[in-house]
Design a protein around this ligand. Structure first.
Ligand code: G3H
Ligand code: 13P
Ligand code: ZN
Length: 307
């Protein structure tokens, strides 16, 4: 089945109160691990590529990996640009065959975010491509965008933003952040704000970035085998489940994949110091990715069996 738009997935996700997982990919083993879990779970799927991942792997390699990923499955799979920072990168991936893009103008003044988002929407919609935008700001650092503090999304402004830009989904800030250190104290998301936003925009798909749960077993495993990941804390999985019933149709996960992969490779190195064939650690790393994604689909996102 060819790569598809997320529109139909989100319509169903919204109606049935689940979320589609959007998993960041950088190389073949990550793609293969995620695909094997999706096949087992019969789940819809978004594979997303950041500007950094595109630079790392190269757009042609990414596109060819996707071609291979969807060649032997009837599952709906979306190829999405994560955190597109300008019109040029959105245009480049749309022209290359991505089926969905995020234009992230969240760091810009409001009117500039609107103007940039509108420009991307116009180009993308002319070519049948889906557009995610962002309003509000997540704390933390992405490739091209960084912010010291959370600026939560204003519900009324969100309505106006969507009306004026025509974007197809909206990433909102309600307390999540990118990376492994999301909360200093008790984890807290602003569900009241989320409820307000979804009540003002019924049937409109919302997106949650920074939604890794930073599984303690992988942090512990990484640290047991020489890592130094202290004070890591993610979004509790029951909160993600709740968000999925309140209009959040897409949940972004990258850090959890990184932790699963790195912890597993550290363990392999420690247990097999004599080994130097990359397959001895990349195979278990790929299996760890698959196990993690299966867990997310089944127990957190609720998207198993929804393909
Ligand atoms: O939101 C950021 C994603 O985790 C991608 O991270 O820009 O380091 O590839 P990256
Ligand atoms: P995490 O860092 O919580 O995995 O978030 C990933 C993300 O939002 C990618 O856009
Ligand atoms: Zn993000």
């Amino acid at each position: 089945m060819p790569l598809t738009s997320p529109q139909a997935m989100f319509t169903r996700a919204y109606a049935e109160g689940f979320a589609v997982g959007a998993f960041n990919v950088n190389n073949m083993e990550i793609v293969q691990g995620i695909m094997s879990a999706a096949k087992e779970e019969r789940s819809p799927l978004i594979l997303q590529v950041s500007a950094g991942a595109r630079k790392y792997a190269g757009q042609t390699y990414i596109l060819k990996l996707m071609e291979a990923a969807v060649s032997d499955t009837d599952l709906p799979v979306v190829l999405h640009l994560d955190h597109g920072q300008d019109f040029e990168i959105c245009k480049a991936v749309i022209d290359g065959g991505f089926t969905s893009v995020m234009i992230d103008g969240s760091h810009l003044p409001y009117e500039e975010n609107i103007a940039l988002t509108k420009q991307v929407v116009e180009y993308a919609h002319g070519r049948g491509v889906f557009v995610e935008a962002e309003l509000g700001r997540l704390a933390g650092v992405e490739d091209e965008v960084s912010s010291a503090e959370n600026v939560y999304t204003d519900p009324d402004q969100a309505v106006e933003f969507v009306q004026r830009t025509g974007c197809d989904s909206l990433a909102i800030a309600i307390g999540t952040s990118h990376g492994a250190y999301k909360f200093k104290g008790e984890p807290r998301l602003d569900f009241e704000r989320l409820e307000k936003i979804s009540a003002l925009m019924p049937n409109y798909p919302l997106v949650l970035h920074g939604a890794s749960s930073v599984l303690p077993e992988f942090v512990a495993m990484a640290n047991q085998y020489g890592g130094k990941i202290g004070g890591a804390r993610g979004v509790p999985e029951d909160m993600l489940r709740r968000a999925a019933t309140l209009g959040v149709c897409k949940i972004n996960i990258d850090t959890d994949l990184r932790l699963a992969m790195t912890a597993t490779i550290r363990k392999c190195f420690a247990e097999n110091p004599e080994a130097f064939d990359p397959r001895t650690y990349l195979k278990p790393a790929r299996e760890a990715i698959a196990g993690l994604v299966r867990h997310k689909m089944r127990n957190v996102l609720g998207c198993s069996g929804k393909a």
